[in-house]
Design a protein around this ligand. Structure first.
Ligand SMILES: CC(C)(COP(=O)(O)OP(=O)(O)OC[C@H]1O[C@@H](n2cnc3c(N)ncnc32)[C@H](O)[C@@H]1OP(=O)(O)O)[C@@H](O)C(=O)NCCC(=O)NCCS
Length: 153
């Protein structure tokens, strides 16, 4: 079973270590602290034993909720953790009547692209040379999911 709870300051060392191990361009501790200070939406996915398994952070920009970072610890991948976090993000946006969810993902990140497509995000446009990768620069997909307030999604 996956339980979600709000991101708290004591999660930051774990979160920073996760960013370093999972992400091609990890967020620094200072960046994560700033998101907490700005009261961003943040959730930690935990096991029944309260062990952190995954995380998501998003922030509102007018009528869009931007997914800033998302990750699942390696031993817990492919168990529905990210799907659970994204569904919570959708629920939050709907409750707040925010019409759009937006994110950027490296075009080469097949697991994440598959996940986002599966969760109803669609390609809005491509950004060339957006990510700095070991082999050079990589494209980013900007993806969006529209939430209709009066319709089930
Ligand atoms: C991308 C990531 C967050 C997915 O997390 P996860 O908890 O393993 O994902 P879930 O188990 O919820 O998977 C949901 C769906 O996403 C897709 N998916 C997830 N991992 C996948 C993989 N390795 N290959 C193909 N599809 C994948 C599948 O459609 C999956 O559904 P299914 O298991 O029923 O087939 C995880 O692989 C990760 O942390 N990657 C490194 C960090 C990262 O890339 N973050 C996103 C940056 S934008």
């Amino acid at each position: 079973m996956i339980a979600l709870r709000p991101l708290m300051p004591h999660d930051l060392p774990w979160l920073c270590a996760m960013e370093q191990s999972l992400q091609a361009q990890p967020w620094s501790l200072a960046m994560l602290e700033e998101e907490l200070r700005l009261d961003a939406w943040g959730r930690i996915a935990c096991s029944p034993a309260q062990q952190p398994m995954g995380y998501a952070i998003a922030r509102r920009f007018v009528d869009e909720l931007h997914l800033l970072t998302l990750g699942t610890a390696l031993p817990h991948q492919r168990q529905g953790v990210a799907r659970h976090l994204l569904q919570a993000l959708v629920d939050y946006a709907q409750a707040e009547q925010i019409p759009f969810l937006l994110l950027e993902v490296a075009a080469s990140n097949r697991p994440a692209c598959t996940l986002y497509q599966d969760m109803g995000f669609r390609l809005l446009y491509t950004r060339k040379s957006y990510y700095t990768l070991p082999g050079g620069h990589g494209e980013a997909f900007v993806m969006r999911r529209e939430l209709m307030p009066d319709k089930p999604v």
